[in-house]
Design a protein around this ligand. Structure first.
Ligand code: C2O
Length: 478
């Protein structure tokens, strides 16, 4: 059997070597002719580029649907082989594999690994200046806040397909931003904006993959998918998803195609794994099918709106809040549906999100947040996050797709139950910017506590390019 490549945590003490060879590989790719599909520029442009005319397989990244995880898995798989070949050519290890950055582990691990920070007279291939202030600080780099970097909310989702589920909603492969799943929002989208900052490379599709940290960020997202699977999460079984093919370039610059179904088990299918996957959950016993029964595919439940805000909200980098009135006829239904033994889901939707550019601020979404909350209170009222990564593409999509606003949905049944909203007439939904954490304000302030202070210090009041939210609504699935 061929050797299995192991992707390791970039903060692991032994990863220093892996990162040095990564720098060598990236450096070699940067030297190649940009027309060469295995060059750095070409590989990054496959994700997105504003250079015209576009070359074959440029601007191909898949977002806002159930193709997000699988397309990026394939993209990394071929990229990793291209880097490995360059590493081996330079005399490096033959088992080199792409490391991942798990910012969700907090503390030092929530800072960008040191080899990415040091400009070394601009000759460090891993250094990029276009990152958020504080990220590249050589002595005291800023940390990704725990609510931004954590994979916990994503790993908790019971299903793959659906907007408030793990992997995103069903869509045709050419469509962008119909329904991003939870992992695509947090940590994926919010980490992009947090690293990139206003105008930084990681904040926009067209520049993100030029930052060498992009690939470690996506290795982490891919690791979260493999972890979700190992915990028992089941990938879609629909033929239209399994049979979908995507095209890439291999190490020789030749085109190759992979089907989604050929990538779902990283070891037998693609020959790699992660250093930190949980033991796989035991396979559930298949239920004997009663004879002659027709197996209906599980239906994705359609939510019914039970309450909506009346005013628009404009976000410019500060806190904002809006009341959402619940239809009197639906109040009892909402209160019943929030109970943990009720099969219905209560979902909070942030709809019609529009902006000209990604302001790179990310926001936590909170329900019924009291005045002057401390860290614990913030945590207790936190429903999810808002990421605007990719908002430019939703406005001017490729091909047949019409321009459309973004939408973010999160399940809030448990949260509302815990907050005891009962049959309340309305809930209050607040949006608070979540900033990078300066190291000196670190853990001693507790999980979320420090960042309000940070927000107050570093947010440039009202200076963000505006983001409009058309409506905030609550819905209940049948
Ligand atoms: Cu296609 Cu993280 O982006």
């Amino acid at each position: 059997m061929a050797e299995v490549f192991v992707r390791r945590n970039a903060w692991d003490p032994e990863a220093g070597e892996i990162l040095r060879w990564y720098a060598t590989g990236v450096g070699a790719m940067k030297e190649r002719d940009p027309e060469n599909p295995t060059s750095w520029t070409y590989q990054a442009a496959m994700h997105g580029s504003s250079v015209e005319p576009a070359q074959p397989l440029w601007n191909e990244c898949k977002h806002g649907s159930w193709h997000f995880l699988v397309w990026h898995r394939m993209y990394l798989y071929y990229f990793e082989q291209i880097v490995r070949q360059a590493v081996v050519e330079a005399g490096g290890p033959e088992d080199w594999a792409l490391p991942y950055w798990n910012y969700g582990l907090g503390g030092e691990q929530a800072t960008i690994p040191a080899p990415f920070r040091s400009p070394a007279e601009e000759s460090n291939p891993l250094f990029v200046e276009q990152r958020a202030p504080g990220i590249n600080d050589e002595e005291e780099p800023s940390q990704i806040a725990p609510e931004i970097g954590s994979d916990a909310a994503a790993l908790e989702r019971p299903q793959f397909a659906g907007q408030f589920e793990f992997g995103g909603g069903e869509a045709q492969p050419e469509f962008f931003f119909g329904e991003a799943g939870i992992v695509e929002q947090t940590p994926h989208g919010v980490v992009h904006s947090t690293i990139g900052g206003p105008g930084g490379w990681m904040s926009s599709f067209q520049t993100a993959a030029q930052d060498p940290i992009f690939w470690l960020h996506h290795a982490n997202i891919d690791r979260i998918w493999a972890t979700w699977n190992a915990n028992g999460g089941a990938d879609p079984e629909a033929g239209e998803w399994l049979d979908q093919e995507f095209e890439f370039f291999d190490v020789n610059g030749g085109t190759v195609r992979l089907k989604c179904s050929e990538t779902l088990q990283t070891i037998p299918d693609l020959n790699y794994t992660y250093d930190s996957l949980p033991e796989p959950a035991p396979e559930p016993e298949p239920e004997p099918e009663p004879e002659g029964a027709v197996v209906e595919p599980a239906e994705v439940p359609q939510p019914k709106v039970v309450g909506a805000s009346e005013e628009q909200v404009t976000l410019v980098g500060n806190e904002a809040a809006v009341p959402v009135e619940i239809d009197p006829r639906a109040r009892q239904e909402v209160s019943e549906a929030t109970r943990s033994d009720d099969p219905r889901r209560v979902v909070l939707n942030v709809e019609d999100i529009e902006a000209e550019v990604n302001p790179a601020s990310v926001y936590g979404i909170y329900v019924n947040l009291p005045e002057n909350p401390d860290g614990k209170t913030l945590e207790a009222h936190h429903a999810g996050n808002l990421s605007f990564f990719g908002i430019e593409q939703a406005r001017s999509p490729k091909g047949e797709e019409k321009a459309h606003p973004l939408r973010v949905s999160v399940e809030v049944g448990q949260l509302l139950d815990r907050l005891g909203i009962g049959e309340d007439e309305e809930i209050k939904v607040s949006f608070l910017p979540i900033n990078l954490i300066r190291p000196e304000e670190g853990p001693k302030h507790g999980i979320a506590g420090s960042r309000r202070g940070v927000a107050a210090e570093t947010a440039t009041e009202g200076e963000d390019p505006p983001v409009q939210i058309g409506r905030v609504s609550l819905s209940v699935t049948k």
